[in-house]
Design a protein around this ligand. Structure first.
Ligand code: XMP
Length: 310
């Protein structure tokens, strides 16, 4: 594929679709939304308002990191604090698809609905990629950013158009485009992170306390596995508890699963054969988190598993 031609086509098409209006996009800092942000800014400059939605579901230090990376590229990113909205709708939900739907609805209807009204934007640029569409259409899971393909007309339901410049690419293609756009390596080589964020890594109810546990475990896994070159690695909080020992006393503690996968395009994946030394170190660090007394390494490939747990 001629990625330079792809870039030129997408820039022209964004310009054509937005006209003289304002557009808006949400940047998470992942490679997909980062590429869309740069394409959008090349197409319409400051008429693209880029926001980082702080949903309470993000990783440690993420909002500050993303704002700084883009400020260094001359792109202003506004942080929108929507933590309360997301935590409220997730309260009491345990079913995976209900959780995904709650995040999607809050994102598009509540948070974006308000932003669109405030900014006067008529178009939302979105980083949907081909794998997201395929898995949703196949009924595997409803990806966060899929609207038209599941019969939602965003213009009618939310009052704005959605443009998806990356919908013909898979992750490997997006990374090629990112390199041509000269995005920094911390973005082009960044491991994928799903739209519903840490909500996909908590089995059972998503609460502030449970988010804090999975966030701390995620930071450990990302630090320890950064040099592996794996496609994706993560920590998951299970909804079960297990007996353990804390300061000589019985403890009924939490269980974290670690996953580290090789994949090209996320359609299939296999577990990475990590050294015992690495696994032991991660296990030791994770079980030193308060309330966590088990750490498991998941060997299941995709299929039959999916990459995320939700
Ligand atoms: P699964 O869990 O379906 O994940 O095997 C495949 C890849 O997609 C990421 N993922 C998402 N990405 N919105 C996204 O943009 C989502 O709702 C979503 N769910 C999963 C996942 O991290 C993996 O790389």
């Amino acid at each position: 594929m001629d990625y330079q031609a792809f870039i030129n086509e997408q820039i022209d098409s964004i310009r054509g679709a937005v006209g003289n209006d304002i557009a808006i996009n949400a940047l998470s800092g992942g490679v997909d939304s980062s590429v869309v942000t740069v394409l959008g800014h090349r197409a319409i400059g400051k008429r693209l308002k880029t926001v980082f939605i702080d949903s309470a579901l993000m990783r440690q230090g993420e909002p500050e990191r993303v704002v700084k990376t883009f400020a260094d590229m001359g792109i202003f990113v506004q942080i929108v604090d929507a933590r309360a909205e997301f935590l409220n709708v997730l309260k009491g939900l345990t079913d995976p698809e209900e959780k995904r739907n709650a995040v999607t609805k809050t994102f598009y209807a509540t948070v974006f609905g308000k932003l669109v009204r405030e900014t006067g934007a008529k178009t939302l640029l979105h980083g949907t990629i081909l794998t997201d569409i395929e898995e949703t259409v196949a009924g595997i899971k409803r990806q966060h950013n899929i609207l038209a393909q599941v019969g939602i007309d965003p213009e009618k339901e939310y009052g704005y158009k959605v443009l998806e410049p990356l919908q013909t690419l898979r992750k490997d293609g997006v990374r090629e485009v990112a390199k041509i756009l000269k995005l920094p390596a911390e973005i082009t080589q960044r491991i994928p992170f799903p739209g519903p964020a840490l909500a996909t890594r908590i089995v059972g109810e998503v609460t502030e306390e449970r988010l804090a546990v999975v966030r701390a475990a995620t930071a450990i896994v990302e630090e320890d596995l950064a040099g592996t070159g794996a496609f994706q690695y993560m920590a998951i909080l299970l909804n079960d508890r297990a007996t353990g020992i804390l300061k000589g006393q019985r403890e009924f503690g939490q269980i974290i699963v670690v996953r580290c996968l090789n994949s090209v395009d996320a359609r299939t994946a296999t577990a990475v054969e990590l050294s015992w030394e690495k696994l032991h170190r991660i296990c030791e660090r994770i079980t030193s988190l308060e309330g966590v007394n088990r750490c498991l390494y998941d060997l299941t490939p995709k299929p039959p598993a999916t990459i995320e747990y939700i």
